[in-house]
Design a protein around this ligand. Structure first.
Ligand SMILES: *Cc1c(COP(=O)(O)O)cnc(C)c1O
Length: 373
């Protein structure tokens, strides 16, 4: 038995909808399935305005353009995150001010955020790690006090909530990923959520290569022209057709993933109670969308030993992220403080296999192997 880390789940109708898109003769961006998907997102989660993108990275880049980030502007970003969370702003010339993680959760430490703000700060980017909300009341309060934008990197956070508000709907912008490792997936894909009305019109223009093509197709202008900067951020309707099939099965996907998460949790809780490992804690204000199951070990040696033990049983576990402030790209530019918790998660966090088809007996085997440490 071989247990991979991830297996992209197919709900069954992906190819059917792709075929339908192909047969319709229109498969470029902003077509039937793009509109259907955006409609579901806006209807089901009450997002004000959504635009499908080719990736979450694209959605983050769109926020950098929309916030008019210029060289010298400072953006507060957690160091413990995927490269794109920082990269999107670096491309606009921003200086990244890296923030540390919480002791009880890999998300940004909201209590240590305000001290990073300077007159040059433009925005705070938070990551809802593992789909578990940051303390958004606190984040929004600090942002409002200092007149900063808030971007939610909600790449992992589809269908997860903070005090009954869907993640991605609270800051000025929310950015989602439908990469094959996420709960809903279409290989590569993403979405920008625009919560502040002032940005909607410009977002559509930036999305369509700096043209007012969207307005033209709605009949609001009688020709479309080049009016702003932008790029080709929109995905093909083939990709949207795939995503549509996934959206139809949202409840089934989420229920199954939650069952898997709880099997891990119940199985590993006794080990966590003994203090041998740490398992995820969900704060009262947050929901769990079962994006991933991770452990925090006590040392890098213990983690590497466990990876090896799992591998001997053909179980593929993975660690991530490497603190961005220590990355080869940024280390020479970094002048901030030690980020102790970010480095701790870099060394000690381990992600366990997590995908729809994972069977209970496989989870038991994984947990039994972990219990050998
Ligand atoms: C997956 C992920 C991204 C990148 O998403 P893409 O769709 O691959 O661009 C960004 N941020 C976080 C936190 C992620 O987990």
């Amino acid at each position: 038995m071989k247990i991979p880390f991830n297996k992209p789940h197919l709900t069954g109708k992906e190819v059917h909808y792709i075929y339908d898109a192909v047969a319709s003769g229109k498969i470029s961006g902003n077509g039937k399935y793009t509109k259907l998907c955006q409609h579901i997102f806006e209807d089901h989660w009450r997002f004000k305005k959504t635009l499908l993108t080719s990736s979450c990275t694209d959605a983050l880049e769109m926020t950098a353009i929309l916030m008019d980030i210029k060289p010298g502007d400072e953006i507060i970003v957690p160091s413990y995150t995927f490269v794109s969370t920082a990269l999107a702003y670096v491309r606009q010339g921003a200086k990244i001010i890296f923030a540390d993680s919480r002791t009880d959760h890999p998300g940004i430490d909201e209590d240590k955020m305000e001290e990073l703000i300077t007159p040059k700060t433009k925005a705070i980017v938070v990551v809802h790690y593992a789909g578990v909300a940051c303390n958004m009341d606190k984040v929004m309060e600090i942002a409002e006090k200092h007149k900063l934008f808030v971007v939610e990197d909600a790449a992992q956070a589809i269908d997860s909530f903070y005090k009954n508000k869907p993640l991605g709907s609270i800051g000025h912008f929310g950015c989602f990923s439908f990469h094959e490792t996420k709960n809903l997936q279409c290989g590569e894909g993403g979405m920008l959520v625009i919560n502040d009305e002032r940005f909607i019109k410009r977002a559509e223009i930036i999305w369509e290569k700096g043209t007012n093509r969207a307005e033209f197709f709605r009949g609001e202008v009688n020709k479309y022209s080049w009016v702003d900067i932008g790029s080709s951020f929109l995905p093909s309707d083939i990709v949207a057709a795939f995503l549509y099939a996934q959206l139809e099965h949202l409840d089934d996907i989420q229920n199954k993933r939650k069952r898997i998460w709880h099997q891990y949790y119940e199985n590993l809780k006794p080990l966590a109670d003994k203090g041998i490992i740490k398992i995820p804690q969900i704060p009262n204000y947050a929901t769990n969308n079962a994006h991933m199951f991770y452990l925090v070990l006590n040392s890098i040696e213990q983690r590497n030993e466990l990876i090896k033990k799992l591998k001997e049983k053909n179980i593929h576990s993975v660690f991530h992220y490497l603190s961005l402030h220590k990355s080869p790209y940024y280390i020479g530019k970094y002048i901030g403080k030690e980020l102790v918790m970010s480095d701790h998660y870099t060394d000690c966090l381990l992600r366990l296999p997590f995908y729809y088809e994972l069977e209970e007996e496989e989870i038991n085997l994984i947990c039994d192997t972990i219990k050998l440490i």
